[in-house]
Structure formats: structure tokens, C-alpha cells
Design a protein around this ligand. Structure first.
Ligand code: PLP
Length: 359
């Protein structure tokens, strides 16, 4: 018998979530963001469920090549562009769209030997100070690229640091709008902006987290009004149960001590599976229809939950760490992180099952 933990990827839910994003993105085309191996879901297996998208946005060349080898013929965007001039050969060969964010990349493009002009997304630093050309030099960069034989279409790209707040996009958006006289194709909205700042949608949106059914703000309540569904369920089983008396403790460091008699269950899931080790006592864990509380420190391979008020728990009862019954955001929030991190951190040792109910 294998260890009873698995991740289930709900392919129908991915497909469904894309249609929800479509309903909320107006006339804009959709880049389905698949970096970090599809936020931990596995690009190779999930891309067919998202093939109604207009394009896939990835981080590195390997992810782009994989999609081409799997048969995707539509647009592919390299979100962080290329990391060295030689990459332009691959971009040319596989017809990739690349972002351009630094001066050195302009010279690399100008001097590359390409078979066809490439489409570029020129990144404007609108205040995040991570990647992109400053407002002061942006128009000049566009003018330089427009003159290059190696450059085909040019799109204005920028990224928001605070798309989940009401006022967070105002200042960067003002900077972006200074370039509207250039009449460029424009792509600036991530998931948060797509939902909550519709005037930022323009020609293309770049949505990641919504496809996976989690919240751009990290709070499940913020997406409750949208019919999104969890794309990943991490589940395991109860492998032991104990009745403990007041004064007894649980796990490493005896982080939890019972103040009354309790019944606890040991679950086959630990931090080596990608469960956050810093999850505090009380982090929700779903067991048999009830939200139970995590108790004690998460071990490498196991964790403990309070089942005192949870009926019918037996050895082998299914436990959901996050997924269709328990939003990943709720677990992440308790653990001081965001759903993105938990899904991306799903460990290699967890067997993954891809489920699809309709063909
Ligand atoms: C990851 C990423 C996105 C998608 O962000 P979500 O919040 O998951 O929608 C969009 N644009 C860029 C540049 C990114 O790196």
C-alpha cells in the first residue's frame, strides 16, 4: 500500500474557471499564466483543459518548449523575457513572444540573427520597481524597438503591486496612461486587476491564480461571489487516533498541551509534502464534513488534528488539507502565506491524479 496522500487536479474545474475568467474579462484576450509548472498543477497535464485560452504565459524557455512539443500552436508569452542573448534563437525557433525589460535586451534583439521578426512586450516600471523601463525612458525605448527589423508587434506591458486594493492601482495606472498617445496594444491586468479594476483590461489580461480557483488577495471571501472552483485538492487519511488527558501534549516541542480530555487523529501529511510547517494550532483541516483544528507542530510526514467533536472518524477516514471542501486561501491565511505559495510548493513526492468527469 502506498502512503495514503495524494493531490487531485480537477481538470473540469480548470476549464470552468477559465470560462469564469472569460465572462469577466470583456473583450480582452486571456493569457493563462502557467509559470511555476502551472502554479504547481503540472503544465503538461493541465494545458489541454485550458486550451480555450488565447495564449499561455510562462516563465522559462523549458515551459514554453514543453507547450510547443505538446502541440500548442497559439501564442506563448515569456513573462520575464529572456535571460541571455542566445535565448533569442529559441524564441525565434518556437515563435515565442518575449517581454523586454532592460537596456541590454534591446541590443541583443537588434543584433540577433532571426528568421522572422519577434513580438515584444515592453515592460514599463509603473512603481513596483522589480522589472521594466522607467517612465522617463519608456517612449525612447519604444521608438528604438520600432525601428528594428527584428521587431514585429510591440505591446505595452506593466504589472501592479497592489491590484487587490481599491486604491492600489491608481498611481501606477496614471503612469501607464501617459503612454496612451502611442496607441500600443496594452497588457497590464493580472487576476486582481481583471476582477476588480476592469478599466485596466485593455487588449490582453494575464490571469493566473483565478484559473486555479484561489483568490488574488489571499482571502477566500474576496472571490466568494464568483463561481470559481478549486483546481487542486490535497488529501490524505487518518492513520492513528489517540484519546489524551488534560495536561498531555502533541508532537515536536510539545507545542500544544490539552487543557481537557481530547480525541486527536494523526494524518499522513507533513511539511515534506508541502504543508506549511509554520501553520499554527487552529489552522483548519477538513475531516469527514467538519473543519477540524490542527494541533501541535507539523512534522515532516505527519500532522495532528482535533477530532473531539467530529463524529465517525475512523482509521482511513479521508482528510482534506485544502481543495474542494476547504479553500487553500483559508489554510494559507492561517499559516501567514497565500494560496499561491501552498500550491506551488506541493512536493514532488506527493502522487498527483488528474481527474476529468466529462470528455
Ligand atoms: C504571475 C504573474 C501574473 C499572474 O498573476 P495572478 O495574480 O496569478 O493573476 C501576471 N503577470 C505577471 C508579470 C506575473 O508574473
Amino acid at each position: 500500500m502506498p502512503r495514503p496522500i495524494s493531490a487531485i487536479i480537477h481538470l473540469d474545474n480548470l476549464q470552468h474557471n477559465l470560462s469564469v475568467v472569460r465572462q469577466h474579462s470583456g473583450q480582452a484576450k486571456i493569457w493563462s499564466v502557467m509559470k511555476a509548472d502551472g502554479y504547481g498543477h503540472g503544465i503538461k497535464h493541465i494545458w489541454p483543459a485550458l486550451k480555450a485560452t488565447d495564449g499561455f504565459a510562462v516563465l522559462d524557455l523549458q515551459e514554453a518548449i514543453l507547450l510547443r512539443e505538446e502541440g500548442w500552436k497559439g501564442p506563448i508569452l515569456l513573462l520575464e523575457g529572456f535571460f541571455q542573448p542566445q535565448d533569442l534563437g529559441v524564441i525565434d525557433q518556437y515563435h515565442l513572444t518575449t517581454s523586454v525589460h532592460s537596456e541590454w535586451q534591446l541590443y541583443a534583439i537588434e543584433n540577433a540573427q532571426l528568421s522572422t521578426p519577434i513580438s515584444v512586450y515592453v515592460k514599463l516600471n509603473s512603481g513596483m520597481n522589480r522589472l521594466g523601463f522607467p517612465v522617463s525612458g519608456y517612449q525612447n525605448v519604444i521608438e528604438q524597438l520600432a525601428k528594428m527589423e527584428n521587431v514585429g508587434s510591440i505591446t505595452l506591458m506593466s504589472h501592479f503591486a497592489n491590484s487587490d486594493s481599491h486604491t492600489g492601482v491608481i498611481e501606477p495606472f496614471e503612469k501607464i496612461k501617459q503612454f496612451s498617445h502611442l496607441s500600443l496594444q496594452t497588457c497590464i491586468a493580472n487576476s486582481g486587476a481583471t476582477l476588480w479594476h476592469k478599466d485596466t483590461q485593455y487588449d490582453w489580461v494575464r490571469t493566473g491564480i483565478l484559473l486555479y480557483g484561489a483568490s488574488p488577495s489571499g482571502k477566500s471571501a474576496d472571490i466568494q461571489q464568483y463561481p470559481l472552483k478549486a483546481a487542486m485538492t490535497l488529501q490524505s487519511e487518518v492513520i492513528a487516533m489517540h484519546d489524551i488527558a488534560a495536561g498531555e501534549s502533541i508532537g515536536y516541542g510539545s507545542r500544544f498541551t490539552a487543557s481537557k480530555p481530547m480525541r486527536i487523529a494523526t494524518v499522513a501529511c507533513g511539511y515534506a509534502d508541502g504543508y506549511p510547517r509554520h501553520a499554527p494550532n487552529g489552522t483548519p483541516v477538513w475531516c469527514n464534513g467538519t473543519r477540524c483544528a490542527l494541533l501541535g507542530a507539523v512534522s515532516m510526514d505527519m500532522l495532528s488534528i482535533d477530532i473531539t467533536h467530529c463524529s465517525d472518524v475512523k482509521l482511513g477516514t479521508t482528510v482534506e488539507l485544502w481543495g474542494q471542501n476547504l479553500p487553500v486561501d483559508d489554510v494559507a491565511q492561517a499559516a501567514g502565506t497565500i494560496g499561491y505559495e501552498l500550491m506551488c510548493a506541493l512536493a514532488k513526492r506527493v502522487p498527483v491524479r488528474y481527474e476529468k468527469s466529462v470528455e
